[in-house]
Design a protein around this ligand. Structure first.
Ligand code: SGN
Ligand code: CA
Length: 564
């Protein structure tokens, strides 16, 4: 018989006591700290706790090892600032008003950090917010202006105005975060800390120390890299995020203007300017590191390109993309490790909820794409790993349909702070503490608005259950899609018109109507936003890389209106 040490038995007893705990009781003294770690555009396919075929992320994985991994976490609107607004307000985009990256955040919204501050928590935010205005409810913040820069970035700070820091953004944000924990906060009081990375956002500039390793690696391709979009309605094929057609040669794939000229490569968007602008921020040393890594890539491509087929070019661009994208994640993982080490060394693990997530998922070549926006899994879903030692059982997994909409109420619940009644999410605390039976949600709602705009992903809303997605593309299309998530996990086939699905289709339509009513979304509100979009365009504006004129856009819109 195996012998267990008294220490291990003690540990097991503790785990079982915690796992059958009925309710999370929080008193003033034991109010948990919260560390919300969020990166920007981090696909779950690039976290080894989910899938290790692309990269090992041992430090991010530590959070899942200590706690719970969510396999069906998703966002309500797969784009940066709207996701952040939903996280902070606990409301869908149409109610908090931040439907896209273009409209400013309405600062009269109540956000959960304000409620934490009012309740006596210390609050701080470091990194990317992307709101165009400063966050409310923070004792301290140092945020990147807009998208921010990878190298030698500027920060907008609460107390020192605008500052510039030399170095790599992921390292700097971590230094600021650890510094606040170590020297600035009052160690007697609980805290709520938001640690928000810019990486791995486009255009994927990795830290100098990762260049050599990552620019020479090869990565496996997804099954749908050469998707021809034939199984779905028009929007999938009309979008401008195909790696072959829309990923820029210079800004994204790091070919120089000289290489492009020599090969006669046509610019995709403001192509050459992208790389030139990014490099303007480099110190001479940083520039030299980049030249050393990307010089040979340019030379090899110059030789190979004249004999490359379209298929080979797609493969080359995909691998180049993965090298840079994953290279930036290497630094996120290292820095998350630094923070976790700090927490361990300073007895901060015990009463702290640690969340790792992303503002949305990302396509890593699935459907031939980069970017996000669609409700298809890789961008609709987002990574979510939660540790709360003592409260969340280590190494557990949940397949519940949780969303970024739920964070505000989850944190408020865990801290024993009352949530405003108009927040629309649900607390995940029962799921985290082993009371799944209290979680009854069987469907979530999605609504994406940013169109016409970069990448040209049409507006759509959807209901998503464990088994199906029912999607409505509206505005310049009027198309329905039904995806069978169990039979068609790669999401290649629209079965909306298939008679075998007539019953489920009717059921989902009804459920979708109910969800739209529950969350108070209605076409009138969306219509107002649509009109604002068109007004912003101006008479001569064209949209997207493929240059669709405003007239053409209005014509598409008119056709849909006529049909209705
Ligand atoms: C930039 C990127 C886009 C990206 C948006 C939104 N273009 O505009 O590819 O979709 O941000 O991203 S870039 O050429 O400037 O890199 S988000 O994460 O902020 O929503
Ligand atoms: Ca993002």
């Amino acid at each position: 018989m195996k012998k267990y040490s008294p220490l291990l038995l003690g540990g097991l007893a503790l785990i079982s006591v915690f796992s059958c705990e009925q309710k999370v009781e929080t008193t003033a003294q034991e109010r948990p700290n919260i560390i919300f770690i969020m990166s920007d555009d981090h696909a779950y396919q690039a976290i080894s706790a989910y899938d290790n075929s692309l990269i090992e992320t041992p430090n991010i994985d530590r959070i899942a090892e200590m706690g719970m991994l969510f396999t069906q976490a998703s966002v309500t609107n797969s784009i940066c600032a709207p996701s952040r607004a939903t996280i902070l307000t606990g409301k869908h985009s149409h109610l908090n008003g931040k439907i896209d990256n273009l409209t400013p955040f309405d600062t009269t919204n109540v956000t959960f950090p304000q409620l934490f501050q009012d309740a006596g928590y210390q609050t701080a935010m470091f990194g990317k917010l992307h709101f165009g205005n400063n966050p409310k409810g923070f004792d301290q913040f140092k945020i990147l202006p807009g998208q921010g820069s990878y190298y030698n970035p500027d920060f907008i700070t609460k107390n020192e105005g605008k500052i510039q820091k030399e170095g790599y953004v992921t390292d700097i944000i971590t230094d600021m975060t650890i510094d606040w924990l170590d020297t600035e906060r009052n160690k007697e009081e609980p805290f709520m800390l938001m640690y928000l990375h810019k990486a791995p956002h486009r255009a994927w500039l990795m830290a100098e120390r990762h260049l050599e390793e990552y620019t020479t690696k090869s990565f496996p391709e997804p099954k749908t890299l050469f998707d021809d979009y034939s199984g779905r309605t028009a929007p999938a094929g009309e979008t401008e995020m195909n790696i072959l057609k829309h990923m820029s040669w210079s800004g994204d794939n790091k070919l120089s203007a000289e290489t492009m000229d020599e090969l006669g490569l046509p610019e995709i968007g403001p192509d050459k300017a992208r790389l030139i602008n990014m490099m303007k921020r480099f110190t001479p040393e940083q520039q030299a590191s980049f030249d050393k890594a990307y010089g040979p890539i340019n030379e090899a491509f110059k030789k190979a390109y004249p004999n490359m087929s379209e298929e080979e070019t797609m493969r080359w661009k995909y691998n180049r993309y993965m090298q840079d994208y994953l290279g930036t994640i290497a630094s996120v993982d290292e820095n998350v490790g630094r923070l976790l080490d700090y927490l361990e060394a300073n007895d901060l693990m015990e009463n702290t909820i640690i969340v790792y997530t992303s503002d949305q998922g990302f396509y890593l070549g699935e459907h031939g794409w980069f970017d996000k926006r669609f409700v298809y899994d890789e961008s609709f879903k987002t990574p979510l790993l939660v540790a709360w030692p003592g409260k969340v059982k280590a190494g557990t997994q949940s397949d519940a349909l949780v969303q970024n909409l739920d964070f505000a109420q989850t944190f408020l619940d865990a801290a024993g702070i009352e949530a405003p009644s108009d927040m629309q999410g649900e607390s995940m605390v029962p799921l985290l503490t082993g009371q799944e039976d209290q979680w009854t949600r069987d469907a979530v709602y999605y609504h994406y608005y940013e169109y016409p705009a970069e990448h040209m992903v049409n507006r759509h809303y959807a209901i998503i259950t464990q088994d199906y997605k029912l999607i409505h593309y509206y505005y310049v299309e009027d198309e329905w899609e039904l995806i069978d998530r169990q039979k068609d996990p790669l999401e290649l086939k629209n079965v909306y018109e298939d008679p075998a699905y007539a019953e489920i289709r009717a059921e989902l339509h009804q459920k979708l109507d109910e969800l739209r009513a529950k969350y108070k979304d209605n076409s009138e509100l969306s219509q107002g936003f649509v009109d604002q979009f068109m007004e912003k365009g101006g008479p001569d504006r064209t949209y997207g890389v493929d240059q669709i004129s405003k007239e053409e856009m209005l014509e598409r819109r008119r056709k849909v209106e006529e049909k209705q």
